[in-house]
Design a protein around this ligand. Structure first.
Ligand code: NAP
Length: 341
């Protein structure tokens, strides 16, 4: 049976390097399918956010790209829960890197309330004059220049700043820049059983940067990203699911929170929203077994899958690029194709 430990884990609070206290179990306010949903669905999407609030979720992850900032703001402000109990996370879009202050003000206005954590969604950006052209690695404004502008936002309307999809490579260059005087409070990255980030998670924690896992369930059983039967039908997850009387997905969330990671799973189901709060306290050995699960089934980034084709580009004779950068530029792999995360 789910023990009292389960409830305890589900209520875990992490303190960030600026003193902000954030519930480890959050809600991802990106509708399945991404930010492309018709206006007729907006009421429904807002009801999903309200549903999550009613189920006890207080950390809510949105972004300009998901088109849910106004819905998150309205759901939070209409709820009877005091605003200060929430941690609202939103993000600077790659297309907005040439107008950091303006983009922040637009997000702030859409939310109708202050922003707890403002994240640079990706280290890459897009050209101001030709919005379809990505900025090449090193081209201005670089992620360091963008981050320096984000530092200027900190105040009552922006309680903390963070980064997204950064690696050891990009974090190292950011942290050693003399103009960077505020450490990112978080780094929101893809982490799931087939992409466990066994180097990057400890690196972030050692540097006082709290990792947030996006897509922590690899998109769940009917994933929009990839076929996840290799995860959800594996005896490792089915046996832990039986042992703790929680779903395999909740086992995955337990594993992540136990590693010190904030999780922001999405769910449209009140049943799964409630079930996912029953995190188990896994043994050290069980955490290790999930850490090495990828050795059996192979590593896989969901970001490599067709869902993200909008950003991938093939150039003959070169490595393919994602929003203008290849996997070496991003710090995902070395020149030989070894994973660095
Ligand atoms: N920073 C970034 O670049 C980035 C990129 C992508 C996503 N994100 C953030 O991360 C959040 C979560 O990512 P995601 O929605 O792509 O993936 P996810 O959370 O891994 O998967 C969500 C899916 O899992 C299903 N699910 C929920 N609980 C489950 C369980 N216990 N067992 C099995 N399946 C379960 C849900 O289905 P039901 O609805 O049927 O429950 C939903 O379709 C997003 O909402 C967004 O906030 C950030």
């Amino acid at each position: 049976m789910a023990s009292s430990n389960a409830t305890l884990q589900g209520a875990t609070i992490f303190e960030l390097n600026n003193g902000q206290k954030v519930p480890a179990l959050g809600f991802g306010a990106m509708k399945k399918g991404g930010g492309t949903f018709p206006p007729s669905e907006r009421t429904h999407v807002k009801s999903l956010i309200t549903q999550a609030i009613n189920a006890g979720y207080r950390t809510i992850d949105t972004s300009r790209i998901y088109l849910t900032e106004d819905l998150v703001g309205a759901a939070v402000l209409e709820s009877p829960i005091p605003r200060e109990e929430f941690t609202i996370i939103t993000k600077l879009a790659p297309s907005d890197v040439t107008d950091v202050r303006g983009a922040f003000e637009r997000s702030r206005a859409l939310l109708g309330t202050y922003i707890d954590i403002y994240i640079m969604h990706w280290p890459q950006g897009y050209n101001k004059d030709d919005p379809s052209r990505p900025l090449w690695p090193g081209e201005s404004p670089t992620y360091i220049e963008v981050y320096k502008q984000m530092q200027e936002l900190i105040g009552p309307e922006c309680r903390g700043i963070g980064v997204g999809n950064f690696t050891i490579r990009t974090l190292e260059s950011l942290l050693r820049d003399p103009g960077v005087f505020v450490r990112p409070v978080v780094n929101e990255i893809e982490i799931q059983p087939r992409n466990p980030n066994l180097r990057l998670v400890p690196y972030c924690l050692e540097n006082g940067i709290r990792p947030i896992a996006w897509g922590p369930l690899a998109g769940g059983i009917s994933s929009q990203y990839t076929n996840t039967t290799s995860i959800y039908n594996d005896p490792l997850f089915t046996s832990l699911s039986s042992k703790y009387d929680i779903s395999a997905g909740t086992v995955i969330l337990s594993w992540l929170v136990q590693r010190g990671v904030i999780v922001v799973p999405h769910s449209s189901s009140p049943v799964r929203l409630a079930q996912n709060r029953q995190l188990a306290k896994l043994t050290g050995d069980e955490v290790e077994r999930i850490n090495s699960f990828h050795e059996k089934v192979g590593k896989q980034r969901v970001t490599d899958e067709a869902f993200f084709d909008f950003g991938w580009k093939e150039t003959p004779g070169k490595r393919r690029t994602f929003m203008g950068w290849d996997v070496v530029d991003l710090g995902w792999e070395d020149e030989e194709g070894n994973w660095l995360t």
